[in-house]
Write a protein that binds this ligand. Structure first.
Ligand code: 4NP
Length: 161
């Protein structure tokens, strides 16, 4: 079982979108028993909250249901449980590395490393912007999620618990 954790600041916009999109790709490939996805936030500001209604609306338009997800904060245990911990932007990656045990730092990466067609240094925070931002996040996340799945299928196997 390969375990992937998507991380952003609030865990209500970008990382739940990534979790939902990636899970949908995994489901379509019939790989639910092989790949597990979850998401969390570095801040804990929205713990227990469902994804932002704008993220949910954009995802719903594209056939992805985020309504069952709830925000949680990243914990130290996550670094032992997940094979890959993917920050949406550089601040997320820095915050993750700050709390990550030294021997687990290689598990922390930037999600956009897996982009196939987009050239983006990060998944930009859409929270204070207009609806356009949410559509852009979805496009970019879809691209990166596809690249991530391809990467995992080529690599095979997991090393989490
Ligand atoms: P996310 O977006 O990190 O993609 O979930 C944000 C959500 C909430 C806030 C900032 C970003 N906030 O400031 O509350």
């Amino acid at each position: 079982m390969i375990k992937v954790l998507f991380v952003c600041l609030g865990n209500i916009c970008r990382s739940p979108t990534a979790e939902g999109v990636f899970r949908e790709l995994v489901r379509r490939q019939g790989l639910e028993g092989d790949i597990l996805a979850d998401s969390a936030g570095t801040s804990g500001w929205h713990v227990g909250a469902p994804p932002d209604s704008r993220s949910q609306a954009e995802a719903r338009r594209r056939g992805v249901d985020l309504s069952g997800l709830r925000s949680r904060k990243v914990t130290e245990e996550d670094f032992g449980r997940f094979d890959l911990i993917l920050g949406m932007d550089r601040d997320n990656v820095e915050d993750l590395l700050d709390i990550c045990p030294p021997d687990r730092k290689d598990r922390v990466r930037l999600f956009t490393e897996f982009a196939r067609t987009h050239r983006a240094g990060c998944v930009p925070d859409p929270y204070y912007g207009g609806p356009d931002g949410f559509a852009k996040v979805f496009d970019l996340v879809e691209d990166c999620a596809g690249g991530l799945l391809e990467h995992l299928l080529l690599r095979g196997g997991g090393h989490g618990e």
